[in-house]
Design a protein around this ligand. Structure first.
Ligand SMILES: *[C@@H]1O[C@H](CO)[C@@H](O)[C@H](O)[C@H]1NC(C)=O
Ligand SMILES: *[C@@H]1O[C@H](CO)[C@@H](O)[C@H](O)[C@H]1NC(C)=O
Ligand SMILES: *[C@@H]1O[C@H](CO)[C@@H](O)[C@H](O)[C@H]1NC(C)=O
Ligand SMILES: *[C@@H]1O[C@H](CO)[C@@H](O)[C@H](O)[C@H]1NC(C)=O
Ligand SMILES: *[C@@H]1O[C@H](CO)[C@@H](O)[C@H](O)[C@H]1NC(C)=O
Ligand SMILES: *[C@@H]1O[C@H](CO)[C@@H](O)[C@H](O)[C@H]1NC(C)=O
Ligand SMILES: [Zn+2]
Length: 505
């Protein structure tokens, strides 16, 4: 028997009459429908029109997400260290890996390559020395002669000799690896009980990496390997925040900052020649926010000089290190206003609002970053608590670089369904997804962070249009010139179409 299409409508009307008679009023379902549609259209990707093939993939993604949410261990609600193996076996994650994600706009130089490669490749090279600090961290140096002792560090040992004497080399290599990353198989809550402990281990990890990565031959290979890993994760462009350290040679001599930048540029060119569907990379020069004003003035002057000498490759300037313990942007106002005073262009890409300490000097960084005309905001975790800054960021198209896993590991948010970017995404606030320090967190490229954003704070309302928009945002909000953006977007679109057709058969 055929069911009349009128039936549901009749039922609704009867129900309405019933409630009207009983004195209650049910809101108009058509109005409800219209409001829901309006909200859905306001979110990131809400205006993206999907092709038939895209709609098929979107339906598949929706089904996968529903299944994921039903699981007892829902990865975004867990600490990433404990969720990683679950994510790695998720079919959504496997799609995230294959998806062309555009550019990675917030990644740091010393944490772009998996530590596994550092241990297996770099620490096995000849002339590599190691010492243990008095609080159980380690330091490295490559040297043609026995290196001079460091304060508060045991005597240097040649790793080659140490390995020859060690009964279980796997154990030794694991302990080295453990020093270079925060990732652990133990309970993350007990290993990292507070933000202070995380940041301390973070800083010790960077000091351990320093001597390995800033050795000239390693430096080239490291960066090339980093590009290789991001490329393998289907990232086609990179804006790297780089300290531009002075690179050293085996005889202990050092090169200058320009040499470091030139090396980055040469390796990038070589890589894009080898991989024509990789668009390239640009550098954001960074300095630790713990320095004093005179050091900052010199750094800004150096940045202006580099910006002039490498206009196509330098993207701008930023500060790194923990915001809560470093100096606020306002402290450096005289240094940061130098470019404007001298009529020199030096774009800023400030980290700001990577804090949960509301109302402190550091909490003002968001507003100050915008007052200094920042091009993007790194993290912007506190943006929701600053309506004026949020409004300025939106109106000026200053994108927020959201790094979900980083924020969770540094204990700003526990359950990634509760990340503040959920609110930003619901109103299509300018934003991109990035990974900050993937090697430190044991994540790879951008895919793990895309997974957390899409499945975690994206919830069931984010869809393929959201992902498409986020990928396009990463080009639109990059430091590339408009014509370069057009080129990058065309390249991305070709890769995207291929991805859709390969996954909708
Ligand atoms: C280390 O990496 C370099 C550069 O990618 C490569 O040429 C070399 O073969 C690797 N060495 C080892 C021992 O894996
Ligand atoms: C380790 O020692 C350094 C100084 O050598 C200090 O800055 C750091 O806070 C110490 N870390 C821990 C975990 O004690
Ligand atoms: C070395 O240690 C690893 C990890 O603890 C262990 O799996 C492996 O069996 C050990 N190898 C030997 C030869 O004892
Ligand atoms: C760092 O290395 C030292 C020396 O090998 C080791 O004692 C310590 O356990 C390592 N730390 C981590 C977190 O793995
Ligand atoms: C700033 O720091 C540098 C390097 O640590 C130091 O040499 C210099 O004396 C400091 N300047 C002032 C004014 O404190
Ligand atoms: C920021 O931009 C405004 C408008 O272009 C300009 O007037 C101001 O000088 C800039 N401020 C800084 C610190 O660059
Ligand atoms: Zn960062």
């Amino acid at each position: 028997m055929a069911v009349s299409p009128q039936r549901p409508l009749v039922a609704v009307l009867c129900l309405l009459l019933y409630f009207l008679r009983s004195g209650l009023s049910v809101p108009d379902p058509r109005q409800r429908e219209a409001l829901m549609k309006l909200e859905a259209s306001m979110q990131t990707g809400g205006q993206v029109v999907l092709t038939d093939a895209e709609q098929r993939l979107d339906a598949l993604l929706f089904k996968m997400k529903q299944e994921e949410i039903r699981k007892a261990d829902f990865p975004p609600s867990m600490h990433f260290f404990q969720a990683r193996h679950l994510i790695d076996s998720s079919p959504i994650f496997s799609l995230m890996q294959k998806m062309p994600k555009g550019g990675a706009l917030h990644v740091h130089d010393l944490s772009m390559v998996s530590v596994d490669w550092l241990v297996k490749n770099v620490t096995y090279r000849p002339n590599c020395y190691m010492c243990c600090t008095d609080n159980r961290s380690i330091r490295f140096i490559f040297s043609s002669r026995w290196p001079k002792a460091l304060p508060r560090c045991s005597a240097w040992t040649l790793l080659e000799n140490l390995r020859a004497k060690t009964v279980n080399v796997t154990d030794l290599d694991n302990s080295i690896e453990g020093n270079l990353t925060l990732f652990t198989h133990q309970d993350p809550e007990s290993v990292y009980p507070s933000q202070d402990v995380v940041w301390d281990r973070f800083e010790q990890g960077f000091l351990a990496l320093w001597g390995l990565v800033t050795y000239a031959p390693v430096f080239r290979d490291y960066y090339h390997e980093g590009l290789t890993q991001f490329y393998a994760d289907n990232v086609m462009y990179l804006e790297l925040r780089a300290l531009l350290p002075e690179i050293y040679e085996l005889d202990g001599s050092f090169h200058d900052t320009a040499f470091t930048l030139k090396t980055y540029q040469e390796v990038t060119t070589r890589f894009t020649d080898q991989h024509p569907d990789f668009f390239g990379a640009r550098i954001i020069f960074t300095i630790n926010r713990g320095v004093n004003l005179s050091v900052m003035v010199r750094a800004v002057e150096e940045a202006m000089k580099l910006q002039r000498d490498f206009p196509d490759f330098m993207a701008g300037f930023d500060m790194v290190g923990r915001e809560d313990s470093g100096r606020p942007l306002w402290f450096f106002r005289e240094a940061l206003s130098l470019p404007a005073e001298r009529g020199v262009t030096l774009p800023f890409f400030f980290h700001a609002g990577e804090t949960d300490l509301e109302g402190t000097d550091v909490d003002q960084n968001l507003l100050d970053a915008l007052l200094f005309n920042t091009s993007r905001i790194g993290h912007g975790f506190a943006l929701l608590r600053h309506p004026v800054a949020r409004d300025m960021s939106r109106k000026r198209g200053v994108a927020v670089e959201v790094c979900p896993i980083s924020n969770q590991v540094t204990k700003l948010v526990k359950d990634l369904r509760n990340h503040p970017a959920a609110a930003l995404m619901s109103e299509d606030h300018p934003m991109v997804i990035s990974s900050d320090d993937p090697a430190m967190f044991g994540s790879s490229g951008l895919s793990h962070d895309f997974y957390e954003a899409f499945v975690g704070f994206g919830g069931l309302s984010s869809h393929l249009g959201t992902l498409k928009q986020l990928a396009m945002n990463s080009i639109r909000y990059s430091s590339l010139s408009p014509p370069q953006q057009e080129k990058a977007l065309a390249l991305w679109q070709r890769r995207w179409d291929k991805f859709i057709s390969e996954n909708t058969r």
